[in-house]
Design a protein around this ligand. Sequence first.
Ligand code: ACO
Length: 360
Amino acid sequence: MNPGLDDVIAAETVLSHVDGAGGRLIVRGFELEEIAGRSFEAVVALLWDGLSPESHTAETLRAALGAARVAAFERVEQLLPMADRLAPIEGLRLLLAALADAEEIPHHVLAVAAVPVFVAALARSRQGHAAVRPDPALAHTEDFLRMLHGAPAPAAHVRALETYLVTVADHGMNASTFAARVIASTRAGLFSAVTGALCAFKGPLHGGAPGPVLDMLDAIGDASNIRPWLADALTQDVRLMGFGHRVYRVRDPRADVLKATVVTLRGGENRIHFAEAVEAEALALLRQHKPGRALDTNVEFYTALLLEALAIPRDSFTNVFAVGRVAGWTAHILEQNRIDRLIRPQSRYVGPEPRRPQAA
Ligand code: ACO
């Protein structure tokens, strides 16, 4: 019995491999560093290749996603007032759950297109602004930033966000992907599986960590407080957000890709130096506090700095992560559909035995 299913192999996949000892991520035969330079559409087409009923190139997918963003926008307007009183991640959960199984657009295309439309509309309505209509002629990432901020984004910002989205697009059998595959295995449909994945994603041990990373940097405040603050947190058994991983025993390779992107964006200024100092101290203290455990920097630490530099509201960080990860969820659901085997493990009963009737 293994409550965290560590090291249990629950599926064979052609999609991605997390090499925890070597600190490598392989996506469909390519190293992460090579994937990181591609467009979002190219990476989604690669992930879906041979799994989706229709075949795509980056160009055909750009047009298909553009049209599907417009379709998704039409679903949003009437539901937004209901989502308004919720946190952004809860709003996204509500809007995804409202997609109908009877939709005629291929569901994987509509799901990938819908997430940024919903995320942008939710963030804007939270700030009291009207949702911005998608422009189907634009590339996916460029249109997302335009819908979010209400104005075209600088090319450097589009490129930085695109690097982020493709870097996090897929990552082996993580908790949300596993949840998606379990739901898909019951033939419940793609929108149910994606909604379930998002529910697993929102927790702070998974996709919910980047906002709290910034909260931690804010709470530390300045360089003189780094060591006392971190030492105090560890003494109280608080988990440091942005550190540790179930599979990586070395540094998460995505952290390096994202750190390099943040540096290009901000010219090495601002919070990056402070964050580096916090990271170095956190790693040293984690080694002392958990000597038997290899705890290193994970993807969320530099995600937080990158999304902050792009002026994305902190309470939308997990939603923006989902803009990228929905690519992986849909690919895994398509792959699971082909396997078509209900995922149904066993549990061991440790409760009491039924009482025997007393003899009269
Ligand atoms: N800070 C302090 N201690 C930690 C941390 C951390 N970030 N991570 C793990 N530990 C400790 C645990 O408390 C535990 O201590 P114990 O053995 O004394 O009980 C030990 O290290 C092993 O922890 P596990 O829970 O077995 O590690 P696991 O591999 O299950 O956890 C996880 C991985 C959930 C990511 C964990 O490292 C964590 O909570 N990190 C902080 C949250 C975070 O950054 N989440 C994003 C992960 S990346 C992603 O999902 C996209």
